[in-house]
Design a protein around this ligand. Structure first.
Ligand SMILES: Nc1nc2c(ncn2[C@@H]2O[C@H](COP(=O)(O)OP(=O)(O)O)[C@@H](O)[C@H]2O)c(=O)[nH]1
Ligand SMILES: [Mg+2]
Length: 459
């Protein structure tokens, strides 16, 4: 029954059953005989129903999507200098770094997450990353497998648009010099807009007829039409709320439908720009132009290729590198007792260049900050469900804050329970210090973010 439950939901963590049968909560031997053990095991498993946050990397060919995915994960997406090297959307797990609740209580040493990691209070929460390749101009018309790639976006909560800020690739990803990347920003937004608009307008006549015949609200009708983009009523309601004073749906002219589609797009696909290849000398002027033109747009300067290289050199023990920072140390800096390998002149120069061109100028390769920017636009707050509020453990054992889910700021606590446990009956909700938390209380950063859900037995 449990495995059915989990396989029916694509975004869940797949290794749950295996991991938890070996968990210290109860030995598999006793599972069949100890009812209370089964119940506790079940409710623990249910904690993992939460859907992962899905972040899609999009952009024209050769902008650096696969390189960025590599830099964000340990996966080896195929990296190439020409279009269509990645045919299927590549999925991989990335880690969003947040402040872990363990640091508030000085319990860093006892923090051993079930998923992701916690290093001295810095928690890496898993997020799903998609490398959506093959979007080319006019993809919405079906060009270059375009519709398939656009379809891959539907499961995304947020987009990271990888822009080649160096201007060394043209609209289709071919090598050039002096190309204006502003074209790419406009093109991608336009492509998604035309795709959604096209799908909606294709059947607008019958949509309106049905709307009138069934006396539906605009929200109900749009929910039926836009639900296919993995959009729930709340999301569509938020999009509609941003457009006060709309006439009744049957009176919408083309311009109004377009306005609604734009609002929907902004709500469904909040976007972060990765201004990539900033190590290139041509990038500076393009970056300034982009930031001037889109002052409100969240943008992060990145050099994905540098991050990949630094991680590789750290793995090979040539350097000590703290990802997300400007700190790279070699044997010259730390001495032979560091155990680092000596480097030849060529490698030394390379590190020197990376320091000058990327790390000291921009403070980091930008790649870690990219996921943080995505979490910001999604207003995600880490919430830590625990079983035992006295010691923050999962019920037994010494390890604290084993689980962490990301939810939108301002979500009622009861929705968090639903998100992680499905349709169970909650007896009460406890916060830090054993305080009772109301079902409608809202989650915020550092507030109502450590919760213990008490279930009604037998429900
Ligand atoms: N200079 C520079 N080149 C990069 C960077 N990121 C990726 N590239 C190069 O751009 C080319 C295309 O990269 P790839 O990740 O395959 O692009 P994709 O088609 O968007 O997946 C490759 O030759 C990469 O080495 C970067 O930060 N700086
Ligand atoms: Mg690729």
């Amino acid at each position: 029954m449990i495995s059915l439950l989990f396989s029916s939901s694509e975004h869940n963590f797949y290794s749950i059953i295996l991991l938890h049968y070996t968990s210290p909560f109860c030995s598999p031997l006793y599972l069949s005989i100890s009812l209370s053990c089964i119940v506790s095991h079940l409710s623990f498993l249910l904690f993992f129903m939460a859907r992962e946050t899905v972040i899609a990397l999009v952009g024209k060919p050769s902008s650096g999507k696969s390189t960025t995915l590599n830099a964000l994960t340990d996966a080896n997406a195929k990296v190439g200098a020409f279009p269509f090297t990645t045919i299927d959307p590549n999925k991989a797990t990335g880690y969003l770094e947040v402040e872990c609740a363990c640091s508030r209580f000085g319990k860093q040493k006892l923090c051993k997450p079930n998923y992701g990691y916690c290093r001295n209070g810095k928690r890496g929460v898993p997020v799903m990353l998609l490398d959506v390749a093959g979007l080319v101009p006019n993809a919405h018309l079906g060009r270059g497998l375009g519709n398939k790639f656009l379809g891959d976006l539907t499961e995304a909560d947020c987009l990271i648009h990888i822009v080649d800020a160096s201007g060394t690739t043209d609209a289709e990803g071919k090598a050039t010099r002096g190309y204006d990347p502003i074209n790419d920003i406009e093109w991608l937004q336009d492509e998604i807009f035309r795709w959604i608009l096209g799908n909606l307008m294709e059947r607008w006549g019958s949509v309106v007829r049905r709307h009138v015949a069934t006396k539906s609200t605009a929200l109900e009708t749009l929910r039926a039409q836009l639900g296919g983009y993995s959009a729930n009523s709340q999301l569509i309601a938020r999009a509609l709320d941003s457009l006060p004073g709309l006439p009744p749906l049957q009176d919408w002219d083309n311009a109004t439908v377009e306005k609604v589609v734009r609002a929907f797009m902004e709500t469904k696909f909040p976007t972060v720009l990765a201004l990539n290849k900033m190590d290139h000398p041509d990038a500076d002027k393009n970056v300034s132009k982009i930031i001037l033109k889109y002052p409100k747009q969240k943008a992060v300067l990145t050099s994905s290729i540098t991050e990949v290289l630094l991680r590789k050199l750290a793995n090979q023990n040539y350097i000590q590198y703290d990802s997300g920072t400007e700190f790279v140390d070699t044997i010259e800096d730390l001495g032979p007792e560091s155990g680092l390998k000596p480097m030849d002149e060529k490698l030394k120069n390379r590190i020197e260049n990376i320091r000058d061109l990327v790390l000291y100028r921009f403070g980091s390769t930008g790649v870690v900050q990219l996921l943080q920017a995505a979490a910001d636009v999604l207003e995600l707050v880490p919430v830590f469900p625990v079983r035992n509020m006295n010691n923050f453990t999962g019920g037994s054992g010494d390890n604290v804050f084993r689980d962490c889910v990301l939810v939108k700021r301002g979500t009622p606590v009861i929705n968090v329970a639903r998100k992680i446990m499905g349709d169970v009956t909650i007896a009460s909700i406890e916060g830090v210090g054993g305080m009772r938390v109301g079902e409608e209380d809202l989650v915020d950063r550092g507030k109502n973010d450590i919760l213990s859900f008490k279930l009604v037995p037998g429900h």
